[in-house]
Write a protein that binds this ligand. Structure first.
Ligand code: MG
Length: 263
């Protein structure tokens, strides 16, 4: 279960316990391709949704409590994923729909206009890259094929990538509608040397780590303090290629261990 705060409480392994050596020797594979998630892995994202969500609760404070509005909004978002996909546009439409429900269809034009404005302001927000991301990518570029795999609005993700200044580090960029096992299989085959020689790094166990593991690749979880409740999953069990890091800046050292053991 996710605590009310939405934060995932995760016990991280000590560094020597990665469980890499035996696996790498056994498979005798050399890692050639590393894929990264974008939102809350390379740059801040969820915090802007939460700030907007709070603003949304305030707008509807005369009609219902934040807890009830939150529950209503989450269910509306869940239902709407199959219609609008991930990202700010779908979130904005879900806020509008929730406002109609919470007010019994009597939502004011002021509230509707504020919701639309809040959605636009999310699109306008500057990109804040997370600490050490640029240095980490700089160390890895040229040694591995680097791929960006993200879901969300195409337009918004392209904007964030451009503003982040990180675009040149990536050999390929995939903005997908859903992060499923088959998607990772395709991307690892298309841009790498297959799943066995590929790794996915991200903050979401559900979207980044578990389907990449199921595809046969490495799955590296780098938790963020904020992870969307609909992107939550329990820790995977039984995968020797599942790794956890406290910071993305620990990745180069982890990869050196892999290379040394494989040599
Ligand atoms: Mg993410």
């Amino acid at each position: 279960m996710v605590p009310a705060s939405g934060r995932q409480e995760i016990a991280l392994p000590k560094r020597p316990d990665y469980g890499i050596q035996a696996t790498m020797r056994k498979t005798n594979n050399t890692l050639s391709t590393i894929a990264f998630d974008a939102d809350d892995t390379l740059w801040e994202n969820e915090q802007f949704f939460r700030l907007t969500q709070q603003r949304f609760f305030d707008l509807l404070a005369d009609h219902s409590s934040p807890d009830k509005i939150y529950g209503n909004l989450l269910e509306t978002e869940r239902k709407n994923l199959s219609y609008y996909g991930y990202g700010i546009k779908g979130f904005t439409l879900s806020m509008l729909e929730t406002a109609l429900e919470v007010t019994g269809g009597d939502v004011s034009s002021h509230v509707m206009s504020e919701i639309l404005k809040a959605g636009r302001e999310m699109h306008d927000h500057p990109v804040n890259t997370l600490p050490g991301v640029g240095d980490t990518l700089d160390k890895l570029a040229g040694h591995y094929r680097i791929v960006l795999i993200t879901k969300g609005d195409l337009f918004d993700q392209e904007r964030k990538l451009a503003q982040s200044g990180l675009g040149d580090y990536f050999d390929a960029i995939e903005i997908v509608s859903e992060k499923e096992t088959s998607v990772y299989q395709r991307i690892f085959d298309q841009y790498g040397d297959g799943p066995k020689k590929s790794m996915m790094v991200g903050n979401s166990l559900k979207s980044d780590v578990i389907p990449a593991l199921e595809a046969g690749g490495w799955g590296v979880h780098v938790p963020h303090t904020s992870t969307w409740e609909l992107d939550y999953a329990d820790r995977p069990e039984g995968f020797t290629r599942f790794l956890e890091l406290t910071s993305i800046t620990d990745l180069p050292a982890l990869l050196e261990t892999l290379s040394e053991d494989d040599a």
